[in-house]
Design a protein around this ligand. Structure first.
Ligand code: HXC
Length: 514
């Protein structure tokens, strides 16, 4: 055969394999409102940048008539490419081929690209659309998952790992996304659960739809398993591209700097926070009043809304923001907000992203629900994450910083590098009302007019402690600043921390309260 003929043969083979599960299966995929695996990769990556590997991989399963089945690419596409120029390793499960189920060869392809990502120290993106472990391949499928989980864990904190759920992600398969840093879901398309509706019906006799059980909204609003919600696959890919611009390729590098920009004029930092400490406001406006071009890329926007986390840029450099949100539950800390912030802190710390914390909270959410849900154990994760982090850590106390909340929100005592407070800051063991009721109880009770006395005592406590100056006099606050000075002092702090040394005792690893 001439070379020309051989090239023709290659082209023919390629065309055949690229069709995946065939036209009928592709049609079914499209009818479900889903792109094919190949379309997804092409849409996500820079044009012409995708290089595929193992296109001709074939399974070796023999049982249950598997020897008679040709599964093109074994139900998964792997390769390398770029997003805005950044190198990426990627895999996408092809539901049109045996439901994207994971057999031995399918798993080998995924682990091959994971190994590449680790060797090349570049981010890994996994697009999940699969019926789970390939039933016909038995324990080999389970082994495949185990190999993936092991690699996810090894890669954690070394390269960013992104999971995209674009179809079913059932059974143990959900644990790979759960081990990665960011999970993206799309309304009506993404489904994640350990035990599906049929199992629930058999075991518990309850009818539940896949959407109710583990649809996109459930994982964004209720479980916190997902970080980004999109209405469509196209929107989801735009979100992923945006995220990639904020994060570095690996843990030895910094995120790519952008040209510095000033915040937009419409965000006036000195008129966002109300003087009355009981009045709510949207802390995202404070963040936007200090970031470049007032841009803030929020993470887990729909879950545990009483804390806000996400990325912004300051003078072109990526910064991670953590802020209590007075709009929701007055910004209290609770089980979910502690988990949310702790994981984000660990991501920022692993990938050299400075952390800015904005504080305004009355403390922890009281109640039996929180206590029994383990607010002690979960709250401890936040203390651990802040204490452990060695990246530059800057705190700005905007208003309330009461009790345990003051300590937990990156206080000096957990080794914040710089702590600033606005003149509106109130740093105390608790709010003036609660404090007066406890320490002046006798005087109030025995007074001729107890209510009048209560108000006098509240004012007395407020005058003494509800300000930043007591903390500033002890060096717990480094400087009391005007709100308009906030961006300047944060930028200065980051700049001055460029060569920060934060020694920690040698250990194999700590034992955070997960
Ligand atoms: C082999 C599978 C498969 C699987 C789907 N297919 N899942 N083949 N192993 N796990 C095949 C179907 O037989 C079918 O093949 C094709 O994929 C498309 O599937 P449909 O059922 O027609 O699609 P749909 O109606 O859209 O339903 C999708 C689905 C359903 C909800 C995902 O297929 C399903 O419930 N699958 C089983 C899910 C599951 O229980 N997986 C095992 C989980 S246990 P044909 O040839 O007919 O087109 C697990 C353990 C992992 O994953 C543990 C790791 C630690």
């Amino acid at each position: 055969m001439s070379l020309k003929a051989k090239i023709k043969e290659l082209q023919k083979r390629r065309e055949e394999v690229i069709l995946g599960g065939g036209e009928a299966a592709i049609e079914k995929q499209v009818k479900m409102g889903k792109m094919t695996a190949r379309e997804r990769i092409i849409s996500l990556l820079d044009p012409e940048s995708f290089q595929e590997y193992d296109l001709f991989a074939a399974h070796e399963a023999r049982d249950f008539d598997m020897d008679k089945k040709t599964l093109h690419g074994d139900g998964v596409i792997i390769g390398t490419g770029r997003i805005f120029g950044a190198p990426i390793c990627i895999y996408a499960q092809d539901f049109t081929v045996a439901g994207g189920s994971l057999g031995l060869m399918h798993a080998r392809k995924i682990t091959k690209i994971m190994d590449h990502a680790m060797k090349m120290r570049v981010p890994l993106i996994g697009i999940n659309d699969s019926g789970g472990a390939r039933v016909q391949e038995g324990v080999n499928s389970l082994a495949g998952y185990g190999e993936i989980f092991w690699r996810n864990t090894l890669a954690s904190g070394v390269i960013p790992q992104i999971s995209v759920i674009l179809g079913p992600c059932a059974g143990g398969a959900v644990y790979s996304p759960a081990l990665t840093d960011f999970v993206f879901v799309v309304d009506n398309i993404s489904k994640m659960f350990i035990t599906g509706p049929e199992v629930i019906k058999t075991v518990l006799g309850e009818e539940i739809s896949m959407e109710e059980l583990g649809g996109a909204r459930v994982h964004c609003e209720v479980t916190g398993n997902a970080h980004f919600f999109a209405e469509s696959e196209a929107e989801c890919f735009d979100q992923i591209k945006k995220l990639v611009t904020y994060i570095p390729w690996n843990n030895t590098q910094k995120a790519k700097p952008f040209p510095a920009k000033k915040p937009k004029r419409e965000y006036k930092i000195d008129s966002i926070v109300p003087g009355d400490p009981k009045q709510p406001y949207d802390v995202r406006n404070v963040i936007k009043s200090i970031t470049d071009n007032s841009e803030f890329f929020e993470v887990q926007e729909l879950w545990a809304k009483n804390i806000v986390i996400g990325f912004g840029r300051m003078d072109g450099e990526t910064v991670g923001f953590i802020a209590n949100q007075p709009l929701v539950l007055a910004g209290v800390l609770d089980v979910d907000s502690s988990d949310k912030a702790a994981r984000f802190i660990r991501f920022c710390n692993a990938f050299s992203i400075p952390i800015v914390t904005l504080v305004d909270l009355p403390g922890y959410l009281p109640g039996i629900d929180q206590e029994h849900a383990g607010v002690i154990r979960h709250g401890a994760k936040l203390l651990y994450a802040y204490s452990e982090a060695t990246v530059p850590k800057i705190t700005v106390i905007l208003r309330k910083a009461y009790g345990g909340g003051y300590i937990a929100m990156n206080s000096r005592h957990l080794r914040a590098d710089f702590v600033f407070a606005w003149p509106s800051a109130e740093i105390a063991v608790m709010g003036p009302e609660g404090a007066a009721n406890i320490i002046f109880r006798k005087e109030i009770m025995t007074a001729e007019d107890p209510e009048k006395m209560r108000q006098i005592k509240i004012k007395e406590y407020k005058d003494k402690f509800a300000n930043p100056y007591v903390a500033a006099s002890k060096g717990y606050v480094d400087a009391v600043i005007e709100p308009t000075e906030t961006r300047k002092v944060i930028l200065h702090s980051i700049e001055i921390s460029a060569n920060k040394v934060a020694d920690r005792p040698m250990k194999k690893h700590g034992i955070p309260p997960f």
